[in-house]
Design a protein around this ligand. Structure first.
Ligand code: SF4
Ligand code: SF4
Length: 388
């Protein structure tokens, strides 16, 4: 069996467009170049990551220079290129503007992909959703090229290639899945299902800057200085996890890929081409810390659920930073919203109805939501320290 291939090429910054194009071109070369993925006349969707309307310097969204490079190469290969994503809240066209991608679209005359309407996708092999309405953009495209960033994610630990396709679920419907699927493991399985349905042909990872700390939008930009490419998305995530020091066992999307036999998740089964990936390794990447080993107790399912809920950090508003934009309120999947910044501090978050999806944290443009550790989490950490 041939090994999965991930290509990596160093790229220091986004300053010089030609250098960015050169790096992406060099990265694709060992995989056969863009021509191996895009044929003349094909409709190409560049699925970017515009989680929330933030400037490119925040490193929460795909950098416009990376979109320009991917688009130029796809156009060169004869493709008809459109660009899009569905942010958690807000109009995609406006969010693309804030993220600096709309300017690139005007410059290269790229179409805005249809993320407002949906088309029905089916896949008999899927575990969570055999039938799903995804953005029409995915059905319109002959080829999907996904362009994410490697970032920490407060709910899913890490977000990159596989998770980027969650954005094919339009707008606030994403939040509804957070609500309907009880655990992050089920949510991860849904993400795998989406990848099986939409089948991106190629992932170009914008890892010039990733994000550590409280990602996917409130963390810190972290220079990784690389661009990566692969047609095997779990393999791409496996390499990115190795670079940032993330234990893949703690990444639900990787576990879901492994469990459902989707792609390649083991580093030893991956051939890394191009530059030596080990030279990009970061020892101090601030990861999402979780209490990883809750002792197994023979308790009923409901008790396990209760423990899990107690262990999850709770969102709290930092009122000094809050500008009352109401993005958290609008993005909360709970009905009525479990968060309301207009209330007095003690009642701003309803801990009884909050499902700890952290959408509010993700959508807040001001980093005005902190995630407070629970009392049970503190006890587990303390006993882990004492037991060392
Ligand atoms: S308050 Fe925040 S974490 Fe809780 S359910 Fe709403 S969006 Fe999710
Ligand atoms: S907490 Fe953040 S998202 Fe919510 S209203 Fe304040 S600034 Fe906006």
């Amino acid at each position: 069996m041939s090994r999965a291939r991930v290509s990596i090429k160093g790229l220091e910054d986004y300053a010089d467009d030609d250098k960015v194009v050169g790096a992406v071109r060099a990265c694709l070369e060992p995989l056969g170049g863009m021509g191996a993925f895009v044929k003349p006349g094909q409709k190409v969707l560049l699925k970017v990551n515009i989680v929330t309307p933030l400037a490119p310097e925040r490193a929460a969204t795909t950098h416009p220079a990376m979109v320009r490079a991917a688009a130029r190469l796809a156009l060169e290969a004869g493709g008809r290129v459109s660009v899009g994503d569905s942010p958690g809240i807000g109009d995609p066209a406006k969010v693309l503007e804030t993220c600096g991608i709309a300017a690139v679209m005007r410059e290269l005359k790229l179409e805005l992909a249809d993320f407002k309407n949906t088309a029905t996708f089916e896949c008999a092999e899927n575990r969570v959703a055999r039938k799903l309405d995804l953005a029409k953009a995915a059905a319109d495209a002959d080829v999907i090229i996904t362009i994410p960033k490697p970032k920490t994610h407060m709910q899913m630990t890490y977000t990159g290639a596989v998770k980027n396709q969650f954005g094919l679920i339009p707008g606030t419907r994403k939040a509804q899945y957070h609500y309907r699927l009880e655990t992050r493991e089920w949510l991860a399985m849904l993400m795998v299902d989406i990848n099986r349905m939409a089948r991106p042909a190629l992932c170009i990872m914008d890892a010039v800057y990733g994000m550590d700390g409280e990602g996917p939008s409130s963390g810190n930009p972290r220079k990784i200085a690389a661009v990566l490419a692969s047609s095997d998305l779990p393999a791409m995530d496996a390499v990115c996890c190795a670079i940032i020091g993330q234990d893949p066992e703690q990444v639900p999307t990787q576990a879901a890929c492994r469990e459902s036999g989707f792609g390649t998740t083991e580093l030893e089964d991956i051939e890394v081409l191009g530059d030596d990936w080990k030279k990009f390794r970061l020892r101090d990447f601030e990861l999402v810390k979780r209490v990883s080993s809750v002792p197994f107790l023979p308790l009923p399912k409901a008790a396990h659920k209760w423990i899990r809920e107690q262990l999850s950090p709770r969102p709290r508003i930092i009122n000094d930073k809050c500008i009352l934009c109401m993005a958290c309120f609008k993005g909360c999947p709970v009905e009525p919203s479990a968060i309301d910044p207009r209330r007095e501090a003690a009642r701003q978050v309803n801990d009884k109805t909050c499902i700890r999806c952290y959408c509010c944290h993700e959508f807040c443009p001001e980093k005005a939501i902190r995630l407070r550790k629970s009392w049970l989490d503190r006890i587990f950490r303390l006993s882990a320290l004492i037991g060392r």
